[in-house]
Design a protein around this ligand. Structure first.
Ligand SMILES: [Fe+2]
Length: 357
């Protein structure tokens, strides 16, 4: 079997590409919306045909790339029947099998983090993809969505820990750089439910995690219940041809600050903040052209249509709006600076303190 573990550094999510090398048929587990170009490129380069995107559950911390991958490569969307998601092509239940070429995955219901959580297990029980049910030395939170610590304890003990001790377990996230574990390891060392831990221990532990509310939950859960389809149903705008672009769920092409800093000379930087902000503590990027958002439409003639444009503001919100205005005016080579001047400054990139003449 061909196997690739992929990582999204923004949401700390692992996606998994599995394929039958003989037929080229592939599945992608827990894809991330903003990573669809990366994933599609890998699939193309490896000569694979993506048959399914699979979800372990309706995620609260990122939007799935399932809908976008279906738009781009025609893959069918698979979700669990109890996830509550609408618009999938196939709904699976406990005991179902997903087959592409010689590759077969067994569906095990592992509710508790959400009520629709499933674990995908390879037919030989050598690998399992546990989503947020079981993490490396941890377990998915049970304090939002339909979280239920007792249910999760039983799911892990009865449906995951009963796999062979050497079975490799691949989680949907890790926050400490770990990539994989095994049933044997988690049974021995998982501090929440390994060793002699009983259900009451686990429930007590999980009920006192005291974690903040997930930042993305209000956007991610509704979007994932539509399998990642944007609320306004729009398609992807024309793709600019420069830079390592990321397409956001908000419908904007973005570039990271490090790439923009390295390629500044090849770009037109358009700063859409107002005059007073340019003198503020965030400063501005040397050579950026000041075109405040409220006059942008009137000044489009000043821009060179042959040179790629990167829009800039304080946090990346107004500049996203500016990128939309430019796209609507026929500019294709446009991208937004992700995170705006705030992220630019956090990364220690150079700023000009004085206003350029
Ligand atoms: Fe989750």
């Amino acid at each position: 079997m061909l196997f690739r573990q992929l990582f999204d550094a923004t949401s700390w999510t692992y996606s998994y590409l599995l394929a039958d090398p003989a037929s080229g048929d592939a599945v992608l587990i827990d894809s991330v919306f903003e990573q669809h170009l990366r994933d599609a490129a890998l699939i193309r380069e490896l000569g694979l045909a993506l048959r399914y995107t699979l979800e372990t559950h309706a995620h609260a911390d990122h939007v799935t790339g399932a809908w976008l991958m279906r738009e781009h490569v025609g893959s069918a969307i698979v979700v669990s029947a109890s996830s509550g998601a609408q618009g999938a092509d196939r709904y699976v239940d406990d005991g179902d099998r997903i087959e592409v070429g010689s590759l077969a995955l067994e569906v095990r219901a592992t509710p508790g983090h959400t009520s629709g959580c499933v674990t995908y297990v390879t037919a030989d029980h050598a690998m399992a993809f546990t989503g947020d049910a079981l993490l490396v030395r941890g377990a998915g939170r049970t304090d939002f969505q339909e979280g239920d610590a007792r249910r999760l304890f039983r799911s892990i003990r009865e449906r995951i820990f009963t796999l062979p001790p050497a079975c490799l377990l691949y989680p949907a996230h890790d926050y400490a750089g770990r990539t994989v574990t095994t049933v044997r390891e988690e049974r021995a060392f998982n501090p929440r439910l390994g060793g002699e831990a009983r259900e009451e221990d686990f429930v007590g532990y999980m009920n006192h995690l005291g974690l903040p509310h997930p930042r993305q939950i209000d956007v991610a859960v509704p979007a994932n219940l539509r399998c990642g389809k944007p609320a306004d149903g729009r398609g992807t705008p024309a793709r600019p041809s420069f830079g390592p672009l990321v397409y956001t769920h908000g419908g904007i092409w973005e570039l990271g600050p490090l790439w923009v800093a390295e390629h500044r000379a090849e770009l037109q930087l358009v700063d859409v903040r107002n005059d007073a902000e340019l003198d503020g503590e965030l400063g501005q990027i040397e050579g950026a052209r000041s075109m405040p958002l409220d006059v942008l439409r009137d000044r489009l003639g000043e821009l060179d249509r042959r040179m790629p444009i990167v829009t800039v503001c304080q946090s990346g919100v107004r500049s996203a709006q500016a990128a939309r205005i430019l796209e609507a005016s026929g500019f294709v080579e446009v991208a937004n600076l992700a995170g705006g001047m705030i992220r630019w400054q956090e990364l220690g990139l150079p700023v000009a303190r004085r206003r350029s003449p």
